[in-house]
Write a protein of this length. Structure first.
Length: 611
């Protein structure tokens, strides 16, 4: 039974193949098209999934789309009519793409499959948007039964759902509806602080620790009416995402003392305090929802999906202080993961196929579900291009990379299968030495070409996670933030927040692993096991044997404005464009000073607005 799940036409399109209930392949279209957050039909991702599963041209049994376009169109029409004649410009901009494309999903799918040389699936199905999120959260999770919480901007009408999963069934019994949405609320503040909506929310989260929650009460007094169960209503007179072309309006700006920050302009104390304030309010809402959900369901475990579930700071506090014994978050929690949920919903909920769980191991294969390249393919690529490389095998490979990291050099790592979801987990990662006080600013400014305040995450041997952080649970998908152990921290009196150089603040060591310790003494953790990714585990283990530290820096293998690399060619291009020292293409190591002169086609810095 070949089931293809597809998400498309909004942002982060993706495709998933499930064969007889097993997740065989999953990928986001952006990795192939090189267009970040690519919303188009995932032609390349579908092609990859079908090839990975060996699916013939007439062998797609079910193709399932991750939401219901007619219901979404109804919501859009009703929303525009409710504010008419305001919003006419936005309405006129939206209608052509709906009338030409989004209302004709079956035709679009058949047309794209035909172009690929495939027959239409024997059956075409649609799930609701939050059904797909809920299914992606529960069905691959380790738990036999669990409470379900989904949070995002909006699907058809729902922006948040509460439910329960048991065996091979899920039930969603409560929802919040558009326009009242935690995802849209957080995106409004993302916009107001000068970051891009649907991609800059994690920047807002990373900025929050630099500020104080001075606006939190104002947000709760003026913008929101929060109930004890975590549901809330927004005062829409402050927002313009229904009747305008921006997320917030002049009334919102007046409330926060001036207009929205211009993108790329200096970040001030106001933006830091706003970021901290909305983060605190978000955490309060999520905690209230979780407490209510646990009371209603009586479940020990919680599973989560939807874009807001990527807020790893809120997740960490929910795990530490919330009512659940453990939580599991879908690593592809955003729209791309909807493709996975839709496919699993059909397999379990619609077709009634059984599901087994042991409350320990999930079914995501470490989220390593994308393409991989053999040594033979890499060797052919290197020979064709004339790139010099050194082949290492087994322990010698891991030892050599550990030696390079120990000398404060930076390595680009492209090995094994590519990750599914927004986090790089050792398959397509840039890695470095967490003990280096300068590494955060070096990697931000000279390699990632991004804002200096952005923190880096650690990858840690799973068995040593509690040696470095105040957490006992594993965090395989880098979706939990936890404090660095107090006995590793360096206490200091920072300069006043409104009178300091942010770059200087970033470079102040706060622990014996300063490059991954954020200004609030926290870190976003990935725990690595030998079972999940042996090659990556071996690198960290070799670094531990060499230095006594079973932990390294891990950030995604890309530069600002580009998707994470997918192929050896993508990796080499990124390697040569930056000040990275070494590139690992599976068994092959390439050193920058041995490579031929790099000639760039076009001005990629201008394209991505880089200095």
């Amino acid at each position: 039974m070949n089931i293809i799940g597809v998400s498309a036409y909004y942002h982060d399109s993706g495709a998933v193949l499930i064969q007889d209930g097993r997740i065989v392949a999953a990928a986001q279209e952006e990795r192939f098209s090189r267009r970040k957050h690519d919303p188009r039909f995932p032609v390349n991702a579908v092609k990859y999934c079908l090839a990975e599963g060996g699916v013939g041209k007439d062998e797609i049994d079910v193709l399932v789309f991750y939401d219901k376009p007619i219901a979404k169109f109804e919501r859009i029409l009703k929303s525009y009519f409710s504010v008419a004649p305001k919003g006419i410009r936005q309405f006129m901009m939206a209608m052509p793409i709906w009338l030409k494309q989004k209302l004709w999903i079956p035709y679009q799918i058949e047309k794209e499959l035909h172009k690929m040389g495939f027959s239409m699936a024997k059956e075409l199905m649609f799930t609701e948007h939050h059904e797909a999120h809920a299914a992606s959260a529960f069905f691959p999770s380790p738990y036999e039964s669990a409470a379900i919480l989904t949070l995002d901007g909006v699907g058809e009408w729902a922006s948040c759902t509460l439910g329960r999963g048991d065996g091979n069934k899920i039930e969603l019994f409560s929802e919040m509806r558009f326009p009242h949405s935690l995802g849209l609320l957080y995106s409004a503040f993302t916009y107001f602080t000068g970051f891009r909506v649907n991609s800059g929310e994690y920047k807002l989260m990373g900025l929050a620790p630099y500020g104080e929650p001075v606006y939190a009460d104002l947000i709760k007094d003026k913008l929101l009416d929060i109930k004890e169960d975590g549901s809330f209503r927004m005062d829409m007179s402050y927002f313009s995402f229904i009747d305008g072309l921006t997320m917030t309006n002049d009334k919102f700006a007046k409330l926060f003392g001036g207009p929205a920050r211009e993108a790329e302009s200096r970040i001030t104390k106001r933006e830091m305090d706003i970021a901290k304030s909305i983060q605190v309010v978000t955490e309060e809402i999520v905690m209230k929802m979780a407490v209510h959900l646990q009371k209603v369901t009586g479940e020990k475990y919680l599973v989560m999906a939807g874009g807001v579930a990527l807020n790893c700071v809120a997740n960490g506090k929910l795990l530490a202080d919330g009512p659940f014994e453990n939580i599991w978050i879908q690593p592809a929690a955003g729209d791309a993961g909807g493709a996975l949920g839709a496919a699993m919903f059909v397999w379990h909920q619609v077709q009634g196929n059984p599901r087994t769980s042991d409350n320990v191991n999930d079914k995501m294969e470490g989220s390593y579900l994308g393409p991989k390249f053999s040594d033979e393919e890499i060797a052919a690529f290197l020979e064709h291009k004339g790139y010099k490389a050194h082949k290492f095998e087994g322990k010698a490979w891991a030892d050599k990379i550990a030696e390079i990291l120990d000398s404060e050099k930076v390595v680009g790592l492209c090995q094994g299968r590519m990750e599914f979801g927004p986090r790089a987990l050792g398959g397509r990662s840039i890695i470095g030495d967490p003990r280096s006080p300068k590494m955060q600013s070096v990697m931000n400014l000279k390699i990632k070409y991004r804002e200096s305040f952005r923190p880096f995450a650690p990858s840690c041997l799973a068995e040593k996670i509690s040696d470095y952080f105040e957490i006992e649970k594993e965090s395989p998908y880098m979706l939990l933030v936890a404090p660095v152990r107090k006995d590793r921290c360096i206490e200091m009196d920072d300069d006043p927040v409104d009178d300091y150089d942010m770059l200087k603040r970033v470079n102040l060591p706060r622990s014996d692993i300063p490059a991954i310790t954020h200004v609030d003494y926290s870190a976003r953790i990935q725990s690595v096991t030998e079972k999940s990714n042996k090659a990556y585990y071996d690198i960290i283990k070799a670094f531990d044997e060499r230095t006594g530290y079973g932990i390294i820096i891990n950030t995604s293998f890309n530069v600002r404005g580009e998707p994470i690399v997918a192929t050896p060619e993508d990796a080499y291009r990124c390697f040569m464009r930056t000040e990275m020292d070494c590139l690992a293409l599976d068994s092959y190591l390439l050193f920058k000073d041995e490579q031929p002169e790099w000639k760039e086609e076009g001005d990629w810095r201008e394209e991505h607005k880089l200095d």
